[in-house]
Design a protein around this ligand. Sequence first.
Ligand code: 5GP
Length: 224
Amino acid sequence: AAFCKSANAGRGARSLREMTGYTLGKRRRARYNLRTAGAARRAGTWGCADMELLERRIRADGEVLPGGILKVDGFLNHQMDPQLLMELGREFHRLFAGEGVNKILTIEASGIGPACFAGLVFGCPVLFAKKNRTRNLSGEFWTSTVFSFTHHVENTILVSKKYLGPGDRVLIVDDFLANGAALDGLITLCEKAGASVAGAGICIEKAFQPGGGRIRARGVRVES
Ligand code: 5GP
């Protein structure tokens, strides 16, 4: 739970562990989750329960590795659970509906899965920033640099000027927010393109790392 900064915080549908630090056995947890969903429905925050779904999945199938890395490659960023990703897409839509989003932007590779499901719900194109200028790329690009938390290298990321411009209202989607380098790079691409950023929809925010705080201080709405 320490990994999760729930979108539900302060809205009446927080997890038991967030509220008390306690965990329950499997059967009692199932009963608790049903009660939480009921409370959310009564409070009119039923959609928030979708993020609870991800928290439960992380507890069940996630693995914490040394160095502050959360492994979720059984359902999010290697093998993917399409139903879970669809729920995340719906949740991002619930949070950013009415923002006039006409494009989802992410970064290869692991942002592409969640971004595509968000694109399906928003009914708009999904653009992913590339990390390498491959030979089949031609034309003009917006570029910025990103330090990779997982690989400890600096990448130049790029998107074609053809697909990002001043007419775009962008929702940035990514699997993780840690130090915020990836999100910073994507926001910079939008700024260079003259596109406006509606905000960022992040599946998992590692709230103990500084990225979220810094990017919110930059004036960008971040939901995780
Ligand atoms: P940031 O740029 O915010 O430091 O890191 C964001 C990127 O690093 C994400 O796109 C994600 O691919 C990767 N990342 C950061 N922390 C973790 C983690 O704990 N687990 C996994 N699997 N990827 C992470």
